[in-house]
Design a protein. Structure first.
Length: 345
Protein backbone atom coordinates (compact mmCIF):
# COMPACT_ATOMS: atom_id res chain seq x y z
CA UNK A 1 0.00 0.00 0.00
CA UNK A 2 2.85 2.41 0.78
CA UNK A 3 4.12 2.26 -2.83
CA UNK A 4 0.67 2.88 -4.26
CA UNK A 5 -0.25 6.41 -5.31
CA UNK A 6 -2.61 7.97 -2.82
CA UNK A 7 -4.35 11.21 -1.95
CA UNK A 8 -4.06 13.10 1.32
CA UNK A 9 -7.37 14.08 2.86
CA UNK A 10 -7.84 17.52 4.32
CA UNK A 11 -10.66 19.97 4.96
CA UNK A 12 -11.65 23.54 5.74
CA UNK A 13 -11.97 23.27 9.50
CA UNK A 14 -14.10 26.42 9.76
CA UNK A 15 -16.86 24.40 8.07
CA UNK A 16 -17.16 22.44 11.32
CA UNK A 17 -16.46 25.10 13.97
CA UNK A 18 -14.96 28.55 14.33
CA UNK A 19 -12.98 28.47 17.64
CA UNK A 20 -9.50 27.19 16.82
CA UNK A 21 -9.36 24.55 19.54
CA UNK A 22 -12.78 23.20 18.50
CA UNK A 23 -11.64 23.06 14.88
CA UNK A 24 -8.55 21.04 15.72
CA UNK A 25 -10.44 18.79 18.13
CA UNK A 26 -12.97 17.96 15.40
CA UNK A 27 -10.23 17.21 12.88
CA UNK A 28 -8.37 15.01 15.34
CA UNK A 29 -11.58 13.14 16.26
CA UNK A 30 -12.15 12.39 12.56
CA UNK A 31 -8.57 11.22 12.17
CA UNK A 32 -7.44 14.05 9.90
CA UNK A 33 -3.89 15.33 10.23
CA UNK A 34 -4.09 18.16 7.69
CA UNK A 35 -6.50 21.05 7.27
CA UNK A 36 -6.95 24.27 5.33
CA UNK A 37 -7.06 27.55 7.25
CA UNK A 38 -9.66 30.20 6.43
CA UNK A 39 -11.76 31.62 9.32
CA UNK A 40 -10.70 31.11 12.92
CA UNK A 41 -11.46 32.39 16.41
CA UNK A 42 -8.45 32.50 18.72
CA UNK A 43 -10.37 34.13 21.56
CA UNK A 44 -10.88 37.60 20.15
CA UNK A 45 -13.70 36.82 17.73
CA UNK A 46 -13.85 35.20 14.30
CA UNK A 47 -11.28 36.49 11.82
CA UNK A 48 -10.26 35.60 8.32
CA UNK A 49 -6.80 34.10 8.77
CA UNK A 50 -5.43 36.90 6.58
CA UNK A 51 -6.22 39.31 9.44
CA UNK A 52 -4.24 37.45 12.12
CA UNK A 53 -1.49 39.48 13.74
CA UNK A 54 1.92 38.05 14.61
CA UNK A 55 0.92 37.00 18.13
CA UNK A 56 -2.18 35.23 16.82
CA UNK A 57 -0.14 33.46 14.16
CA UNK A 58 2.22 32.18 16.84
CA UNK A 59 -0.74 31.13 18.98
CA UNK A 60 -2.27 29.15 16.09
CA UNK A 61 1.07 27.55 15.21
CA UNK A 62 1.37 26.48 18.86
CA UNK A 63 -2.03 24.80 18.69
CA UNK A 64 -0.88 22.95 15.57
CA UNK A 65 2.06 21.57 17.52
CA UNK A 66 -0.18 20.65 20.44
CA UNK A 67 -2.61 18.70 18.23
CA UNK A 68 -0.01 17.33 15.81
CA UNK A 69 -1.83 19.10 12.98
CA UNK A 70 -0.41 20.40 9.71
CA UNK A 71 -1.77 22.99 7.29
CA UNK A 72 -2.56 21.73 3.80
CA UNK A 73 -3.29 25.15 2.34
CA UNK A 74 -4.11 28.72 3.19
CA UNK A 75 -7.69 29.29 2.01
CA UNK A 76 -7.09 32.91 1.09
CA UNK A 77 -9.53 35.21 -0.75
CA UNK A 78 -6.74 36.47 -3.02
CA UNK A 79 -8.22 37.24 -6.46
CA UNK A 80 -11.75 37.91 -5.22
CA UNK A 81 -11.53 41.57 -6.13
CA UNK A 82 -12.57 43.48 -9.23
CA UNK A 83 -10.32 43.29 -12.25
CA UNK A 84 -11.32 46.81 -13.31
CA UNK A 85 -12.58 49.87 -11.47
CA UNK A 86 -16.06 50.03 -13.00
CA UNK A 87 -19.50 50.28 -11.44
CA UNK A 88 -21.33 47.05 -12.18
CA UNK A 89 -23.93 46.86 -9.37
CA UNK A 90 -21.80 44.38 -7.44
CA UNK A 91 -20.36 44.94 -3.96
CA UNK A 92 -16.93 43.61 -4.89
CA UNK A 93 -13.86 45.67 -4.02
CA UNK A 94 -11.42 47.16 -6.46
CA UNK A 95 -7.81 47.60 -5.32
CA UNK A 96 -5.06 48.99 -7.60
CA UNK A 97 -3.10 45.89 -8.51
CA UNK A 98 0.40 47.09 -7.57
CA UNK A 99 -0.84 47.82 -4.05
CA UNK A 100 -2.82 44.58 -3.94
CA UNK A 101 0.25 42.56 -4.94
CA UNK A 102 2.45 44.21 -2.34
CA UNK A 103 0.05 44.30 0.58
CA UNK A 104 -2.51 41.50 0.34
CA UNK A 105 -0.61 38.93 -1.71
CA UNK A 106 2.47 39.65 0.36
CA UNK A 107 0.46 39.12 3.56
CA UNK A 108 -0.83 35.77 2.28
CA UNK A 109 2.71 34.62 1.49
CA UNK A 110 3.95 35.67 4.93
CA UNK A 111 1.04 33.87 6.59
CA UNK A 112 1.70 30.69 4.61
CA UNK A 113 5.27 30.75 5.88
CA UNK A 114 4.17 31.34 9.47
CA UNK A 115 1.77 28.37 9.28
CA UNK A 116 4.23 26.10 7.46
CA UNK A 117 2.34 25.52 4.22
CA UNK A 118 3.45 26.03 0.65
CA UNK A 119 -0.04 26.15 -0.87
CA UNK A 120 -2.18 29.29 -1.15
CA UNK A 121 -5.68 28.94 -2.60
CA UNK A 122 -6.86 31.93 -4.67
CA UNK A 123 -9.07 33.13 -7.50
CA UNK A 124 -9.07 34.72 -10.96
CA UNK A 125 -10.68 38.17 -10.38
CA UNK A 126 -14.19 39.48 -10.99
CA UNK A 127 -14.71 40.76 -14.51
CA UNK A 128 -17.32 43.54 -14.91
CA UNK A 129 -20.78 42.03 -14.56
CA UNK A 130 -22.48 41.89 -17.93
CA UNK A 131 -19.22 41.37 -19.84
CA UNK A 132 -17.87 38.05 -21.10
CA UNK A 133 -14.99 36.53 -19.11
CA UNK A 134 -13.18 35.72 -22.36
CA UNK A 135 -12.75 39.46 -22.92
CA UNK A 136 -10.59 39.71 -19.80
CA UNK A 137 -8.29 36.69 -20.05
CA UNK A 138 -5.18 38.69 -20.95
CA UNK A 139 -5.47 41.16 -18.07
CA UNK A 140 -6.31 38.43 -15.56
CA UNK A 141 -3.37 36.33 -16.79
CA UNK A 142 -0.99 39.29 -16.48
CA UNK A 143 -2.00 39.82 -12.86
CA UNK A 144 -1.94 36.12 -12.07
CA UNK A 145 1.54 35.83 -13.56
CA UNK A 146 2.74 38.56 -11.20
CA UNK A 147 1.19 36.66 -8.28
CA UNK A 148 2.81 33.39 -9.41
CA UNK A 149 6.18 35.11 -9.73
CA UNK A 150 5.92 36.58 -6.24
CA UNK A 151 4.91 33.17 -4.88
CA UNK A 152 7.79 31.55 -6.73
CA UNK A 153 10.27 33.94 -5.13
CA UNK A 154 8.99 32.80 -1.73
CA UNK A 155 8.88 29.09 -2.63
CA UNK A 156 5.09 28.80 -2.34
CA UNK A 157 2.42 27.87 -4.90
CA UNK A 158 -0.75 29.69 -5.90
CA UNK A 159 -3.73 27.39 -6.48
CA UNK A 160 -6.28 28.94 -8.84
CA UNK A 161 -9.75 27.67 -7.98
CA UNK A 162 -12.56 27.34 -10.51
CA UNK A 163 -15.56 29.38 -9.35
CA UNK A 164 -18.63 31.13 -10.75
CA UNK A 165 -18.69 34.87 -11.51
CA UNK A 166 -14.92 35.10 -11.96
CA UNK A 167 -12.81 35.13 -15.13
CA UNK A 168 -11.92 31.47 -14.49
CA UNK A 169 -15.50 30.34 -13.97
CA UNK A 170 -15.11 27.00 -15.75
CA UNK A 171 -12.40 24.49 -16.51
CA UNK A 172 -11.81 25.66 -20.08
CA UNK A 173 -11.25 29.27 -19.02
CA UNK A 174 -9.06 28.20 -16.12
CA UNK A 175 -6.98 26.07 -18.49
CA UNK A 176 -6.55 29.08 -20.79
CA UNK A 177 -5.36 31.18 -17.87
CA UNK A 178 -2.93 28.43 -16.88
CA UNK A 179 -1.47 28.37 -20.40
CA UNK A 180 -1.23 32.15 -20.61
CA UNK A 181 0.46 32.49 -17.22
CA UNK A 182 2.84 29.58 -17.93
CA UNK A 183 4.53 29.58 -14.53
CA UNK A 184 5.41 26.51 -12.41
CA UNK A 185 4.09 28.15 -9.24
CA UNK A 186 0.55 28.42 -10.57
CA UNK A 187 -1.56 25.29 -10.04
CA UNK A 188 -5.27 24.70 -10.67
CA UNK A 189 -7.84 23.70 -8.07
CA UNK A 190 -10.91 21.73 -9.16
CA UNK A 191 -14.23 22.15 -7.33
CA UNK A 192 -17.21 20.25 -8.72
CA UNK A 193 -19.80 22.09 -6.65
CA UNK A 194 -18.61 25.41 -8.04
CA UNK A 195 -19.46 24.11 -11.51
CA UNK A 196 -22.76 22.32 -10.92
CA UNK A 197 -24.00 25.39 -9.01
CA UNK A 198 -23.83 27.12 -12.39
CA UNK A 199 -26.49 24.66 -13.63
CA UNK A 200 -23.91 22.52 -15.43
CA UNK A 201 -25.09 18.93 -15.88
CA UNK A 202 -22.83 16.09 -14.68
CA UNK A 203 -21.41 15.41 -18.17
CA UNK A 204 -20.59 19.12 -18.54
CA UNK A 205 -18.87 19.23 -15.14
CA UNK A 206 -16.83 16.18 -16.13
CA UNK A 207 -15.80 17.93 -19.36
CA UNK A 208 -14.70 21.02 -17.40
CA UNK A 209 -12.63 18.82 -15.07
CA UNK A 210 -10.90 17.22 -18.07
CA UNK A 211 -10.16 20.62 -19.57
CA UNK A 212 -8.25 21.73 -16.47
CA UNK A 213 -6.73 18.34 -15.59
CA UNK A 214 -3.30 19.08 -17.06
CA UNK A 215 -2.68 21.98 -14.67
CA UNK A 216 -4.30 20.37 -11.64
CA UNK A 217 -2.62 20.74 -8.26
CA UNK A 218 -5.35 19.67 -5.85
CA UNK A 219 -9.12 19.31 -5.48
CA UNK A 220 -11.84 20.73 -3.29
CA UNK A 221 -14.63 18.27 -2.58
CA UNK A 222 -18.02 19.94 -2.66
CA UNK A 223 -21.23 18.73 -4.34
CA UNK A 224 -24.41 20.47 -5.41
CA UNK A 225 -27.85 19.26 -6.46
CA UNK A 226 -29.16 21.28 -9.40
CA UNK A 227 -32.56 22.89 -8.85
CA UNK A 228 -34.52 22.27 -12.07
CA UNK A 229 -36.81 25.18 -11.24
CA UNK A 230 -33.94 27.68 -11.10
CA UNK A 231 -33.69 29.82 -14.22
CA UNK A 232 -30.09 30.48 -15.11
CA UNK A 233 -29.36 34.23 -15.19
CA UNK A 234 -25.71 34.06 -16.23
CA UNK A 235 -24.27 34.56 -12.75
CA UNK A 236 -24.58 32.91 -9.34
CA UNK A 237 -26.08 34.66 -6.32
CA UNK A 238 -23.63 33.00 -3.96
CA UNK A 239 -25.42 34.06 -0.79
CA UNK A 240 -28.56 32.14 -1.84
CA UNK A 241 -26.92 28.81 -2.62
CA UNK A 242 -28.56 26.15 -0.43
CA UNK A 243 -28.44 22.93 -2.46
CA UNK A 244 -25.06 21.57 -1.34
CA UNK A 245 -25.02 17.86 -0.54
CA UNK A 246 -22.44 15.16 0.32
CA UNK A 247 -20.14 14.24 -2.57
CA UNK A 248 -22.01 11.04 -3.44
CA UNK A 249 -25.45 12.67 -3.71
CA UNK A 250 -25.20 15.64 -6.07
CA UNK A 251 -24.74 16.50 -9.74
CA UNK A 252 -21.00 17.21 -9.75
CA UNK A 253 -20.01 13.88 -11.37
CA UNK A 254 -17.62 12.92 -8.57
CA UNK A 255 -17.89 9.21 -9.31
CA UNK A 256 -16.82 9.58 -12.95
CA UNK A 257 -14.25 12.26 -12.13
CA UNK A 258 -12.57 10.22 -9.39
CA UNK A 259 -12.44 7.09 -11.54
CA UNK A 260 -10.65 9.12 -14.22
CA UNK A 261 -8.51 10.90 -11.63
CA UNK A 262 -7.24 7.54 -10.34
CA UNK A 263 -5.53 6.94 -13.70
CA UNK A 264 -3.66 10.25 -13.53
CA UNK A 265 -2.93 10.28 -9.81
CA UNK A 266 0.48 8.51 -9.90
CA UNK A 267 1.96 11.03 -12.36
CA UNK A 268 0.46 13.98 -10.47
CA UNK A 269 1.75 12.71 -7.13
CA UNK A 270 5.27 12.31 -8.58
CA UNK A 271 5.17 15.80 -10.09
CA UNK A 272 4.02 17.50 -6.88
CA UNK A 273 6.54 15.64 -4.74
CA UNK A 274 9.31 16.75 -7.12
CA UNK A 275 8.16 20.30 -6.36
CA UNK A 276 8.67 19.58 -2.65
CA UNK A 277 4.97 19.25 -1.79
CA UNK A 278 3.57 16.49 0.48
CA UNK A 279 1.38 15.01 -2.25
CA UNK A 280 -2.08 15.42 -3.73
CA UNK A 281 -4.68 16.93 -1.41
CA UNK A 282 -8.42 16.36 -1.57
CA UNK A 283 -9.78 19.19 0.55
CA UNK A 284 -13.31 18.94 1.97
CA UNK A 285 -15.32 22.15 1.66
CA UNK A 286 -18.84 20.71 1.81
CA UNK A 287 -21.10 23.73 2.64
CA UNK A 288 -23.81 21.29 3.80
CA UNK A 289 -25.62 23.96 5.82
CA UNK A 290 -25.12 26.76 3.30
CA UNK A 291 -22.40 28.64 1.47
CA UNK A 292 -21.57 32.15 0.38
CA UNK A 293 -19.01 34.29 -1.39
CA UNK A 294 -16.25 33.85 1.17
CA UNK A 295 -17.06 30.59 2.95
CA UNK A 296 -19.64 28.08 4.09
CA UNK A 297 -20.73 25.98 7.04
CA UNK A 298 -21.49 22.31 7.62
CA UNK A 299 -21.34 21.95 11.40
CA UNK A 300 -19.37 19.18 13.10
CA UNK A 301 -22.08 16.65 12.22
CA UNK A 302 -22.20 17.73 8.58
CA UNK A 303 -18.43 17.69 8.29
CA UNK A 304 -18.38 14.07 9.47
CA UNK A 305 -21.14 13.15 7.02
CA UNK A 306 -19.17 14.78 4.19
CA UNK A 307 -15.98 12.92 5.10
CA UNK A 308 -17.71 9.54 5.21
CA UNK A 309 -19.33 10.21 1.81
CA UNK A 310 -15.92 11.02 0.34
CA UNK A 311 -14.39 7.85 1.80
CA UNK A 312 -17.17 5.77 0.21
CA UNK A 313 -16.47 7.37 -3.15
CA UNK A 314 -12.73 6.85 -2.90
CA UNK A 315 -13.20 3.21 -1.97
CA UNK A 316 -15.57 2.75 -4.90
CA UNK A 317 -13.18 4.48 -7.32
CA UNK A 318 -10.23 2.45 -6.05
CA UNK A 319 -8.21 5.47 -4.86
CA UNK A 320 -5.91 4.94 -1.90
CA UNK A 321 -5.90 7.68 0.71
CA UNK A 322 -4.44 8.68 4.03
CA UNK A 323 -5.97 10.92 6.63
CA UNK A 324 -2.76 11.63 8.48
CA UNK A 325 0.88 10.67 8.80
CA UNK A 326 1.75 9.55 12.30
CA UNK A 327 5.40 10.28 11.60
CA UNK A 328 4.35 13.88 10.93
CA UNK A 329 2.46 13.93 14.22
CA UNK A 330 5.44 12.71 16.21
CA UNK A 331 7.74 15.24 14.53
CA UNK A 332 5.28 18.02 15.32
CA UNK A 333 4.96 16.90 18.95
CA UNK A 334 8.73 16.73 19.35
CA UNK A 335 9.05 20.27 18.02
CA UNK A 336 6.28 21.27 20.42
CA UNK A 337 8.17 19.80 23.37
CA UNK A 338 11.29 21.65 22.35
CA UNK A 339 9.85 25.09 21.64
CA UNK A 340 6.08 25.22 21.92
CA UNK A 341 3.43 25.24 24.59
CA UNK A 342 2.88 22.28 26.91
CA UNK A 343 1.22 19.28 25.33
CA UNK A 344 -2.08 18.07 26.77
CA UNK A 345 -3.24 14.48 26.71
Amino acid sequence: MQNRAQVILSGFADEGARPAREQLTLLAALGLGYYSVRFVDLGGGVKNAMELDRAERRQLAGLHREFGMRVASLGSPIGKVKLREVEDSSHNRFVPFARYLKDEVGRAIDLAGALDTRLIRGFSFYHPRGSRPEEHLEQAATQLRAIAEKCGEAGVFFGLEVEANLVGQNGRLLAQLHRLVDHPHLLLVFDGGNLSSQNLAPDQTFAEYRAMRRGLGWMHIKDYRIDPGLKWQGFVDEERLKNFVPADQGDSAHEAILRDFRLHLPALERRLKRLGLPGVFLDLEPHLKGGGQFGGYSGPDGFGVALRALLRLLDYAGIAYRLTDYGDIERQKNRGRASGPPLHG
